[in-house]
Design a protein. Structure first.
Lengths: 457, 240
């Protein structure tokens, strides 16, 4: 078997094109999948135009002045801002320039803050019926995916801005209530400050006066004292109530299953699993089918090598090659993603057992197809759906489809390989269970390959 | 020398069935040391199946062969070589798999025997069909077995290449190797075989020298001018 292994390695060395394709194709494919999953979309390109005149971006809330421009920072962190040249343009022209950036494809969306933004926001604290300010958002809906992405991003940012303003309004309202209860100073623009007595001190004052008035008149003072006490107590409840209004629901997220694997770490496991699958399957299936195409199979199994030995050699060859490539790939990915190198022995264990399972599947494919081209085609046809099936999140499809997807994933090595790699790389769940699963699959596919060899020659 | 020691290969009552089709029906065959035995017959007669069973590639449903697979050299119809290996590497690989004690010496011997010493470092894929077949035969000889089975050894070769192959095989027989080969080329059977076995529909209809086949045809009232005509007349007389 050693000589056969060396022979296959020599043949591989003399097939640089095949080896390059065998390595580059899955690596490029898996890296693309990995990036698609981990990086997520870039920040959307958004043209931002504020028509608010300089100096009008301050909002006076009672005795407090809010600088509204400070709320733009959070928005700008979430978008890739496309500049709009408004120099020498009217507000209308500037608004149109922002829309033009969307129509030309330069920006995915345009966000226009109206001139009266601060005035309308300030009007909310008065009885003015102007209504809240309206920010205009224009986006290109040609691509539904992009449109949804832009919509989600901007909605999330505006929701955060609304929440921040609500919290601020609440704080200011609460400070007014506090002064009504406890007294204090209120600053009035362009006028003298107003000193408020407050309910608490009013009650104390009336109590002191009460002993000095005739008993017949005390009942009326008692009414005032009672009003002050009740008012103060009830206003004490207003604080918690208003704070609850600003953020009535809080969310606490707890992951019950699958550990705390980050998306980028999972993408590494996925990229390596896809590469391992492609390399091992193609190599195992192709090298076995090649023995038949070279007419060497019949000569070999006439006592030179047993059929089982030949299968072990092909699966082993593929497993060793893919193990080496995938370890090199992990080392390369480790430069970009934070990997725990102390877990390296677990990586090797996960990769080795997974590679053997894929090797067994590969020789089964090679034994059934009996031709290199047919074997390669079948490997690709098996690999892609397996990868997609294994990535279907449970609960995202109808229960029956979910059950079928899980059942199919369970009888092929991709899903357990992904689980094993996730456990080995990221500590996401048990490693022993997927390894046992993979070992069982390796035996099952090995037996299938041995059966198929009966009609191989 | 008695028959028991002279006979290098004995197959007795070989039967093989593929589903409902009987490929071989109780075929017996023997070959003495240094003897050339040709298996001839129309397409589908069972020639390749018989050779595969003699070589141990397939198991018979009934009957026996007196040699283990590793005790006979086997040369398949199509060259069983690795195109990405050189001539010497192919020979060395199979010498090692055959557990030959001195593989390099065996390779050198086979290169000399095939006359391909100068092509030792050429890839097998770059060889002509005739040269590939010579290497194919040489690989079959690496185990130094005294029985060599060849399945249509000269098929798809031009006359010059065919001549080289036969020169090589006849040399082996002259050194005592029992050679059993199948062929569609009746002139080749008549020219080189000591005995021919005529197979038709999985049945051995005749076993004897090429001249004896002509005599059988004449006894049956037929006429022939050469071996090919005798063969055709023989089969026709027996309903094939």
């Amino acid at each position: 078997m050693r000589w056969l292994l060396l022979k296959d390695l020599r043949i591989l060395r003399r097939s640089p094109g095949l080896v390059a394709l065998l390595i580059l194709y899955p690596v490029v494919l898996s890296v693309l999948i990995g990036f698609a999953l981990s990086a997520g979309p870039d920040k959307p390109k958004v043209a931002f135009v504020s028509l608010v005149q300089p100096g009008n971006d301050k909002l006076q809330l009672g005795d407090e002045t809010l600088d509204l421009s400070s709320y733009q920072g959070q928005l700008f962190d979430a978008i890739d801002r496309v500049p709009v040249d408004c120099n020498g343009k009217t507000a209308l022209q500037c608004r149109q320039a922002a829309i033009d950036t969307v129509e030309s494809g330069e920006a995915m969306a345009a966000l226009v803050v109206p001139e009266d933004f601060a005035a309308r926001l300030g009007g909310l604290q008065s009885l003015a019926l102007s209504g809240p300010p309206t920010i205009e958002v224009f986006y290109n809906a040609d691509d539904p995916v992009k449109a949804a992405f832009v919509e989600d991003t901007l909605e999330a940012q505006l929701r955060d801005a609304n929440l921040a303003l609500t919290t601020k309004f609440t704080e200011i309202g609460l400070s007014y209530l506090s002064r009504i209860v406890d007294g204090g100073k209120i600053e009035v623009p362009l006028s003298d400050d107003i000193e408020l007595l407050g309910l608490r001190r009013s009650e104390e004052l009336v109590r002191r006066v009460r002993s000095q008035v005739p008993p017949a008149q005390r009942a009326e003072l008692d009414e005032v004292i009672r009003f002050s006490r009740l008012g103060r107590r009830n206003l004490d409840f207003s604080g918690p109530l208003l704070r609850a209004v600003s953020e009535p629901i809080r969310v606490e997220q707890v992951a019950l299953d699958g550990g705390d694997t980050s998306l980028s770490s999972f993408a590494v496991a996925l990229a390596v699993a896809v590469s391992l699958m492609f390399i091992t399957l193609l190599l195992a299936a192709g090298s076995l089918a090649l023995e038949r195409e070279e007419n060497a199979f019949a000569r070999l199994v006439r006592g030179l090598v047993s059929r089982t030995g030949l299968l072990v050699e092909k699966a082993g060859l593929a497993a060793i090659c893919s193990l080496v490539i995938c370890l090199a790939m992990l080392a390369g990915l480790g430069l970009f993603v934070d990997l725990d190198w102390a877990r390296a022995p677990l990586w090797v264990a996960a990769l080795a057992v997974s590679a053997l399972a894929f090797g067994a599947l590969g020789v089964a494919v090679g034994a059934v197809t009996r031709e290199v081209r047919a074997a390669s085609l079948l490997c690709v046809m098996i690999s892609l759906p397996l990868a997609f099936l294994a990535l279907v999140p449970s609960g995202s499809v109808a229960p029956a489809v979910d059950d079928v997807a899980r059942a199919i994933s369970a009888v092929f090595p991709f899903r357990p390989t992904l689980d094993a790699l996730d456990a080995a790389l990221n500590g996401g769940g048990s490693l022993a269970v997927p390894l046992a699963h993979l070992a069982a699959l390796a035996l099952a596919f090995g037996a299938l390959a041995r059966l198929a060899l009966r009609r191989f020659a | 020398m008695g028959t028991a020691t002279k006979q290098a290969l004995v197959a007795d009552g070989i039967a093989k069935r593929f589903g409902a089709r009987e490929a071989l029906r109780g075929v017996s065959l023997s070959a003495d040391r240094g003897e050339l035995v040709a298996i001839i017959g129309p397409n589908g007669a069972g020639k390749t199946t018989l050779l595969s069973i003699l070589a141990g590639i397939q198991r018979p449903d009934a009957g026996s062969v007196n040699r283990e697979p590793r005790e006979v050299g086997w040369v398949p119809q199509q060259a069983a070589l690795y195109g990405k290996l050189t001539v010497a590497e192919n020979l060395r690989l199979f010498a090692r798999l055959e557990q030959v004690e001195q593989p390099d010496a065996a390779v050198a011997e086979m290169l000399e025997l095939t006359g391909l010493g100068e092509r030792a470092d050429d890839l097998a894929a770059e060889l002509s069909g005739g040269n590939r077949q010579r290497i194919n035969i040489a690989i079959g000889l690496l185990g130094r077995q005294d029985v060599l089975l060849l399945d249509e050894p000269s098929a798809a070769l031009d006359p010059r290449q065919r001549g080289r192959v036969w020169e090589f095989v006849l040399g082996l027989a002259a050194r005592g190797t029992a050679v059993v080969y199948s062929t569609h080329d009746l002139q080749e059977a008549a020219r080189h075989a000591d005995r021919v076995v005529v197979l038709a529909d999985g049945e051995a209809l005749f076993e004897g020298s090429p001249a004896a086949l002509g005599e059988v045809v004449e006894r049956d009232g037929g006429s022939h001018s050469d071996f090919e005509e005798a063969f055709v007349a023989f089969l026709r007389h027996r309903g094939h």
